[in-house]
Design a protein around this ligand. Structure first.
Ligand code: DX5
Ligand code: ZN
Length: 216
């Protein structure tokens, strides 16, 4: 299992400093890229992600909440440990996004909004390394966890079967529900406000990790 810190709740004027604070306490950095079209919010794109790359050894998990993932994925400087996740609902057809990400040599993820039927993702399970289950409506940090995500994680786990596909879960995860998310079948926990929204992000991350792994 892995813990990912979402930079959406970090201080965008001090990204390298905030990343350094959690470097030893998380396994991945989750980067939320938003285009103001796919979601009603704007964050950052390849120039910011690529500038941050030399400042940390943590792998990047890039979450593209954009309409044109096939067009923009190639602009990210990624390696085999990094991942790029696109949405099945984006304007670029999933097959094109898959091809664009595969050509980069990084890990491939696919995601869906909470209201999108899981069936839309199933045709791609043989082609991806991870599925990102959204437990909030994509677009903003700090929202409440949607409890129906737990059943979605379980259903996805059954559908994945023995394939080597990870389940990552993103949105509204904190100390109070992280264990339930793990028990439902999550392999990667993404947390933004529960880490960077706290006065001591490393301590918050360690506490989350302790709760996630308690008893297992
Ligand atoms: C929401 C983003 C999430 C967000 C999670 O659109 O995809 O990654 O940062 O933030 P929290 O953990 O605060 O819900
Ligand atoms: Zn995200």
């Amino acid at each position: 299992m892995k813990l990912a810190a979402s930079l959406l709740s970090a201080d965008f004027a001090h990204l390298a400093r905030d990343v350094a604070r959690v470097e030893g306490a998380v396994h991945l950095l989750h980067l939320d890229v938003m285009d103001g079209h796919f979601v009603p919010n704007l964050t950052f794109g390849p120039p910011v992600a690529n500038s941050l790359r030399p400042h940390t050894r943590l792998p990047f998990a890039i979450h593209l909440m954009i309409e044109r993932p096939a067009q923009y994925a190639p602009r990210f400087a990624v390696g085999p440990e990094d991942s790029i996740t696109f949405h099945v609902e984006a304007a670029d057809p999933p097959e094109e996004a898959l091809g664009a990400v595969r050509a980069l040599g990084c890990r491939i993820g696919i995601s869906a909004r909470p209201g999108t039927p899981l069936e839309r993702l199933l045709p791609y399970l043989d082609a991806v390394d991870l599925v990102l289950v959204m437990s909030v409506e994509p677009g903003f940090g700090g929202q409440a966890f949607l409890p129906e995500a737990l059943e979605r994680i379980r259903a996805l786990r059954r559908a994945i079967g023995r394939r080597p596909v990870e389940i990552a879960v993103d949105g509204g995860i904190g100390p109070e529900n992280v264990r339930a998310v793990v028990e439902a079948g999550a392999d990667v926990i993404v947390a933004g406000s529960a880490i960077f929204g706290k006065p001591d992000p490393a301590a918050a991350a360690r506490d989350l990790w302790a709760r996630a792994t308690k008893g297992s």
